[in-house]
Design a protein around this ligand. Sequence first.
Ligand code: BV8
Ligand code: ZN
Length: 259
Amino acid sequence: MSAEQTRAILADAQHIAALTGAGISAESGIPTFRSNTSSTEPRATASGPVPLWDRFRPEDLATPEAFARDPQLVWQWYDWRRSLIAQAQPNPGHLALAELARRLPRFTLITQNVDGLHDRAGSHALKLHGDIWDLRCTICGHERHDPAPSLDPLPPYCNCGGSGESRCRGMMRPGVVWFGEPLPAHIWQQAEEAASSCDVFLVIGTSALVYPAAGLVHIAKNHGARIIEINPADTPLSGIVDVAWRSPAASALPQLLQP
Ligand code: BV8
Ligand code: ZN
């Protein structure tokens, strides 16, 4: 029923916007933020205790304070995530959104994810929270894109200014938006404009707990857009959506491409 309802709504839409969260990458093997792996007690498994990261909550590590307190720990977390993402592939959900964009008169993809899988699927996404493959110098602001699955040395240092004494040597940080940091203004403006002008807003694979990203759904709703939520579970937004499609993204989204 949800697939037919959604296809009918999309059929006469002129501008569709989509907001994705960690859930769209779950079927690529990348853990979501708030699945049960964020328990405080490490889960023992047959092969022994699970990796370190099950003992931390993202809100405890993805902050400027955590980085100032223990940059090595924060970098180990990001290095672990980068190595995990490097082994992942875009899934049929990512690929379906890229194909949808090619077919529609206007399609705006907005993502909270930093994993770069939308890029690798062929989408152009507005990245509200940055990109895990980008590094930024904490001293001079020099930015570089570094696709290495594993960084060495860790933490990485700035290599701007060439060699010798002129080198900056500042510690690099992940090029992502941490809790308590503002979103990139030009990206946010584009996302807000899309939410205000779209006919249909797809909200895919997000717990809708993080703001201001989740607020885009309210902006779209208040401007008269139809809201379609694709998520196996309920979220705080479920009460205001027009269609709650309780399905994993990798099986739901390809159905939007069917005639
Ligand atoms: C800011 C990058 C202001 C780093 C991330 C009200 C207004 C404004 C701010 C706030 C506010 N209230 C609180 C705040 C502060 C805070 C916030 O929202 N806190 C939360 C915890 C309450 N917000 C901020 O700090 C933001 N900044 O407001 O700045 C400002 C202005 C001026 C000057 C100074 C400051 C910045 C927030 C960005 C944080 N960075 N990521 C990194 O990745 O390391 S957030 C991180 O968690 C992700 O990027 C993502 O955005 C976010 C939420 O995660 P989800 O994507 O939703 O994933 P989650 O695991 O939670 O849920 C997965 C979902 O998928 C589930 O629903 C599940 O059912 C579903 N699912 C599972 N499998 C599937 C599936 N769905 C489909 N298919 C499947 N197969
Ligand atoms: Zn520098």
